[in-house]
Design a protein around this ligand. Structure first.
Ligand SMILES: *Cc1c(COP(=O)(O)O)cnc(C)c1O
Length: 477
């Protein structure tokens, strides 16, 4: 090869070097095999060592294997151990091996889900999984899906579709006419709506002050009796899975009624919508089929690799118009050839459908149901074991995979949290819920066993014992 630059030579050399990719795989496997034997959160030394990354951008092209080795040496120890079986922070899934392997393989393909022409494979898999999700959740045939980075973006898509349709009902084309003089919409949401729902309402110019927040009960469910009359300018936002309690809104009482009134119902079901796929839990989702848009994440309950979210929408025209994009260079597929970008805000996206497809194809419908039910059972076990610890109280009804626990006072709750996080047997996060400091536990990993729950509950018990000892020591003589 004459006339290639030194940099191009270095690139060809690194690609030809199988050791580079084999090292990545070997490091990854070593990581997975070690993950249960380290503290869940990175230790102080690992965090200090991140300073190794603080350097000026090198002037010269270097050796790719050395770059990888630097990442392995200083990066791996500073990762959060959410791939282990005792990570209960936020609501974060583990990874189904088939999904991980598919992601690994498809990394080499680097497919782009924009148009049919950019990746016929991704386009076909999106169509297939769209059908599977409809079937799994019991949604109507008209429902289409967009495959996005997570429920944040999926909420954006659903609310944008609602905005488009509700304004169209009033003879207003928001794409052309904008919002400045648009007819008023009425937005109803529970006062425990997820932060990303609020963020997307403001991002879409609908205005948080315009939202009518509906009171919720002790579990965070909308009080159905407090819902005002609705019409075809109303957007009602419901929740399948409260991020604290895991509670589900009463869809059966609300969705059909709202639809009859002409309102648009959007359900934020980031992790909870998967209950629909589990025989013993699907009652929680009764009535969702009357909504218009739904969000769900692959990367939470289903345990696909990050990042993977889905917008499902029964009004294809509204979704496509809300997210539309045009450009002279775009090559459209025919009716059978799905152009994925019409269903998402982005144009170029990695073909995350491949890992979602592989995870679902591997688990099958029974496996998905069993995975979801397993998370629920582990959460119930966690709650049972913690309620036996003196000084701790479970604050929620464990209807799904979330457990909220607290000590008698905020300071004690903080002390327990700190102890458990530092001990590193498991990792749980703190939060404030209904005016009280709480510890939030989310059982979301397929790898968590009953033994993991018992080990984790023991860490809480030590935290409480230590607290009692400390309090006794502090008592005046
Ligand atoms: C996690 C979550 C979101 C945000 O989803 P991302 O996938 O993190 O973007 C929205 N709503 C609920 C209820 C969630 O649990």
């Amino acid at each position: 090869m004459a006339n290639i630059t030194d940099t191009q030579r270095a690139l060809f050399d690194s690609r030809a070097n199988d050791e580079l990719y084999q090292s990545a795989l070997a490091y990854g496997l070593e990581y997975l095999h070690q993950i249960e034997h380290r503290k869940v959160a990175p230790d102080a030394e690992a965090i200090r060592n991140l300073d190794a990354f603080v350097e000026p951008l090198p002037e010269q092209t270097s050796d790719a294997l050395q770059v990888l080795q630097k990442l392995q040496k200083y990066g791996a120890p500073a990762t959060m151990g959410n791939m282990g079986s005792r990570y209960f922070g936020f609501v974060m899934g583990n990874v189904v091996p088939a999904g991980m392997a598919a992601k690994l393989l498809s990394t080499f393909w680097d497919q782009v889900s924009a148009m049919y022409i950019t990746s016929p494979l991704a386009a076909r898999l999106e169509q297939v999984v769209e059908g599977w999700l409809r079937q799994l959740c019991g949604l109507p045939d008209s429902v289409v899906a967009g495959f996005v980075s997570g429920s944040s973006t999926a909420n954006l898509c659903g609310i944008a579709a609602a905005r488009y349709r509700l304004l169209k009902n009033r003879g207003w084309d928001v794409n052309r006419q904008g919002l400045r003089q648009a007819p008023a919409l009425r937005i109803l949401a529970g006062n425990e709506a997820h932060g990303t729902v609020l963020k997307m309402i403001s991002l879409l110019g609908l205005g948080l002050d315009e939202v009518q927040f509906i009171d919720t009960d002790a579990q965070g469910r909308i009080r159905v009796d407090d819902l005002p009359a609705m019409d075809d300018s109303t957007l009602l936002i419901l929740q399948a899975g409260n991020v604290h309690s895991g509670a589900f809104d009463d869809f059966a009482s609300v969705c059909h009624k709202a639809r009859e009134a002409g309102a648009w119902v959007h359900i934020d079901g980031a992790f909870g919508l998967w209950a629909a796929a589990a025989p013993s839990l699907k009652h929680l989702c009764a009535g969702i089929e009357f909504a218009h848009s739904w969000t769900m994440d692959g990367h939470k309950t289903l345990n696909t690799p990050y990042d993977s979210g889905v917008i499902l929408c029964a009004d294809q025209e509204a979704l496509i118009h809300a997210l539309h994009l045009n450009g002279g260079y775009i090559i459209h597929g025919n009716d059978q050839q799905r152009d994925s970008m019409y269903y998402t805000p982005e144009m170029s996206r990695r073909a995350r459908i491949i890992d979602l497809w592989a995870s679902m194809r591997f688990l099958g419908s029974t496996g998905i149901g069993a995975l979801v039910e397993g998370l629920h059972q582990r959460a119930q076990q966690f709650a049972a074991e913690l309620s036996a610890v003196a000084g701790l109280q479970i604050l929620n009804e464990v209807v799904f995979n979330q457990v909220i626990v607290a000590a008698s006072e905020d300071e004690k709750t903080e002390a327990v949290l700190k102890y458990v996080q530092e001990e590193g047997i498991c990792w749980v996060g703190g939060s404030t819920w209904r005016g009280r400091r709480v510890i939030r536990i989310s059982v979301c990993s397929w790898t968590t066993t009953p033994a993991d729950i018992t080990l984790s509950a023991a860490s809480f018990r030590r935290a409480c014992d230590q607290l009692t000892t400390a309090t006794e020591a502090a008592l005046p003589e």
